[in-house]
Unconditional design. Structure first.
Length: 257
């Protein structure tokens, strides 16, 4: 399997972001609340939960619901501040014990996985019978205007391009991936969430502070041209005098049998 993402870079980015997370914690928490609202749609009682990459937006809410929570992350610092018992993942082979959790919540943490089908299989095996996977993931359409602006600006400045925004899965594939991984009753739906910024650089700073810095293996390792980001940000769509960016957040649910 060809690897798209650089695991070591992802870990470094999240490790650095752990010290800056307070700046984006309200955004992550609001998105986390939208995800966890789905728990109100089931009468199933959950006692043990795995918070996968929640960055402090998930574990406290699950603990408030009476669950014993393990918080897993590729970054030791991020796992330590996530709010549950920390578990550091050293690779995409998570090493989770089989039938260990009633609930697994993966909040905006699966889009940096090279082998997403394999990761979903691991999570299904870690669930107890009748356990639930609840996941949010950015899908195609997320940051599309930023992607296009960066490509156009870099091409104009250098005559070439480098991938600077992560590739995202397509919504239509998500339910199928759950089914292939062995989940019952797989469901994938989507919500478009728009963010507005008075300062265009704030968009890039929030991505950095959330640990979402570019980790595509094919990225250029040298510094970007000085004019690249100002030119790209100036080309982003405006709404009410502010820069607009869209998160297309898919919510995935599937049950272990």
């Amino acid at each position: 399997m060809q690897e798209i993402f650089d695991f070591d870079a992802i870990r470094r980015h999240r490790e650095r972001a752990a010290g800056r997370l307070d700046t984006v914690a309200p955004v992550l928490a609001e998105l986390g609340h939208r995800l966890l609202d789905r728990l109100d749609d089931t009468s199933r009682d959950f006692t043990t939960a795995l918070d996968l990459g929640g960055r402090g937006a998930i574990a406290p809410s699950l603990r408030a619901r009476g669950m014993a929570v393990t918080s897993a992350d590729v970054s030791p610092a991020m796992a330590a501040r996530a709010g549950g018992t920390p578990l550091v993942l050293s690779s995409e082979n998570f090493g989770l014990d089989a039938k260990s959790y009633d609930l697994i919540v993966a909040h905006l943490s699966l889009h940096w996985i090279n082998d997403l089908p394999g990761a979903l299989i691991q999570l299904r095996r870690a669930l107890n019978p009748d356990g639930l996977l609840l996941a949010s993931i950015p899908v195609l359409g997320t940051l599309e205007s930023l992607r296009a602006a960066l490509l156009e600006a870099e091409s104009a400045l250098t005559g070439g391009v480098s991938p600077r925004v992560s590739p995202f899965p397509e919504l239509r594939d998500c339910a199928g991936l759950l089914q292939r991984a062995g989940f019952a009753l797989p469901v994938a739906d989507v919500e478009d969430i728009e963010f507005l910024y008075a300062d265009p650089l704030a968009l890039l700073h929030e991505l950095r502070d959330a640990g979402e810095t570019n980790a595509v293996r094919a990225r250029h390792k040298t510094f970007a041209p000085r004019a690249l980001f100002p030119a790209a940000l100036a080309a982003l769509p405006m709404k009410d005098g502010r820069i607009a960016a869209t998160l297309r957040m898919a919510v995935l649910t599937g049950w272990a049998s």
